[in-house]
Ligand binder design. Structure first.
Ligand code: UT7
Length: 323
């Protein structure tokens, strides 16, 4: 059977680093509050004029180099983002043009913080049906552009960045010993649409709008939703937390990550954490964390990786794969 394997990854974080202390004077907050409640120490912020396409392009080039393939071998680009350069065309098309890719198809996918999980699952479906052989999946965001910098309950939480992976078809036996994506589970429930949203859009206000969040409400639902899709992954594969080598969660809040790992009995030393240095980079957070753990040698061929995310919508999802 056809499996989708990640054959390369790359990431990019903007040069400018904003420390928690830099918020003092902007909003009524403190390094102590931010660290205690979120685990965030700093985040990267895009420079003036630096856009989601700029970040995504850099991550994409790094992923292609890591995979050792050229653009000619790509069939598709899927970009997960909620902060596109323009309402249209898709920012994926902008990146396609910059990569000088004149064939195939490129499109954006929008599931906010779960965006990378949705995009990776979409790529997996195209590959396993034989429609495409090799797909570039990117998560890129410039959330700094949609933050209300006077709202201390949200502006301290997010950062900018991009990560990308090249996913390619390989032959598998159809067992959980295969390399590649073994199972994925996507969910959404629009009943929660008002708990995390942007108060603008082309068809409603004609403006871009700002991020609004009932943080406590999001927090209250997060662990249950994360557990739901991870248990679905275990049920589909017969695996348990014992089998997981690396847990690579969406990086929104260290307390949510710790509580999820504790509930699922995943040992702390198996958890990849970047939220301390990146903040919440929405659709970019998982590929940023994944690439870091691959680059520093933690993730090795044959390891079992569990990815999950939860965010606006609400949307939530998991991907279980063997590296
Ligand atoms: O990517 C997925 C989407 N996002 C998330 O997963 C975020 C989920 N939620 C969270 O991570 C947490 O709810 C937050 C980090 C947003 C907030 O932590 P919390 O422990 O739920 O705090 P809280 O909202 O209950 O606020 C506690 C207090 C409040 O003051 P009062 O009402 O108790 O006097 C807030 O006004 O902390 C205050 N507060 C702050 N104080 C200093 C809120 N933001 C700040 C701040 N600095 N930046």
């Amino acid at each position: 059977m056809i499996r989708s394997a990640i054959i390369g990854c790359g990431s990019y974080s903007p040069e400018k680093v904003m420390k928690n202390a830099d918020f003092e004077g902007i909003v009524d907050t403190s390094d102590e509050w931010i660290v205690q409640r979120t685990g965030i120490h700093q985040r990267h912020i895009a420079a003036e004029g630096e856009t989601t396409a700029d970040l995504g392009e850099k991550a994409a080039r790094a992923a292609l180099k890591d995979a050792g393939i050229g653009v000619d071998q790509l069939d598709m680009i899927i970009l997960a983002t909620s902060t596109p350069d323009h309402t249209f065309p898709a920012t994926a098309v902008e990146i396609q043009d910059r990569l000088d890719m004149r064939h195939g198809a490129a499109f954006d996918s929008q599931a906010v913080c779960s965006g990378f999980i949705f995009a990776l699952t979409t790529a997996d479906q195209y590959i396993r049906t034989g429609y495409a052989k090799t797909i570039l999946v990117i998560g890129a965001e410039t959330f700094s552009r949609i933050l209300d910098w006077t709202d201390r309950t949200t502006c301290v939480l997010f950062g900018d960045g991009a990560g990308a992976v090249v996913v390619s078809a390989i032959e598998g036996e159809g067992t959980s010993a295969d390399r590649g994506i073994l199972t994925s589970h996507l969910r959404s429930d629009g009943a929660h649409k008002d708990k995390l949203y942007v108060d603008g859009g082309p068809s409603s206000t004609g403006t871009v709008g700002h991020l609004r969040m009932e943080g406590r409400e999001v927090f209250r639902h997060a662990v249950g939703m994360i557990t739901d899709v991870i248990e679905a992954a275990y049920a589909a594969t017969g695996m348990t937390s014992e089998d997981i080598d690396w847990f690579i969660p969406h990086q929104a809040n260290k307390r949510i990550i710790d509580a999820s790992a504790r509930k699922l009995d995943i040992a702390p030393e198996k958890v990849v954490i970047t939220v301390d240095r990146h903040g919440n980079t929405s659709a970019a957070s998982i590929p940023l964390a994944l690439c870091e753990a691959v680059r520093d040698g933690r993730v090795k061929r044959g390891d079992v990786l569990l990815l999950e995310a939860m965010g606006g919508g609400f949307t939530w999802g998991s991907v279980l794969l063997r590296w």
